[in-house]
Design a protein around this ligand. Sequence first.
Ligand code: ADP
Ligand code: MG
Length: 248
Amino acid sequence: MSQHLLDIENLTVAVEDKEILHGVNLQVNEGETHVLMGPNGAGKSTLGYALMGNPQYKVTGGSILFHGKEQQGLSADQRAKAGMFLSFQNPLEVPGLSLKSFVRSTLAQRTGKRVKLFAFEKQFNAAAELLQMDPAYGDRDLNVGFSGGEKKKAEILQMLLLRPSLAILDETDSGLDVDAVRTVSRGVEAYQKEQKGALLIITHSTRILESLHVDYTHILVNGRIVKTGDGSLVDEINARGFEAYEQA
Ligand code: ADP
Ligand code: MG
């Protein structure tokens, strides 16, 4: 049997002693794109944080295997180093650290090698161009004074440069105008098609999905995956809403 890239088995997660996820099962193979949808408060972000190892989100049962390795007890840093990437719903501002230095040092940590400046600059500029970002943003403090759209683009830029094997995008498209969604989507498409990276896309909208191939769609309601289907399930949800699944 071939090994899954990500294998979540019967996962329960609690926040402040309250169980939010009640036994989630989800398998993602290399290069696959999974979409996770569900009403507000269903636990989608909780799943993302638990996968990434945020200590506020306590795994109380089940397991998370990434590249076949149990993640329990590993820090967010260690998970990132192993190839996991989480794009936050609200990216943090980090005064005193430029976007470029941040990405370059993260890349060095991940590869265990020094990242040569010239080659890095080239890649940085190419990714910035794809995302229609002024490369000058690279020298600005990470996310400080960035607009909502610029923060999201900066996250996608990090993803493109870090080349994770699994990227979890938590509402990366929310609050973006039509043009920005298209631009962000182009970045995600490059990651999907050129880098062959796997994706878990948490979203409420289909606009980010338009140019992407979707392998599986999952509906999370009250901390449980209540339905899994292919890409067409996204359209079904758009037409019917979540109510039908909430009662199921
Ligand atoms: P979704 O992303 O699907 O909208 P969340 O995972 O953010 O849902 O939240 C699921 C539930 O967990 C909600 O009831 C929310 O209030 C609770 N929750 C999430 N994070 C925290 C936190 N840091 N502290 C307290 N409650 C939280
Ligand atoms: Mg959320």
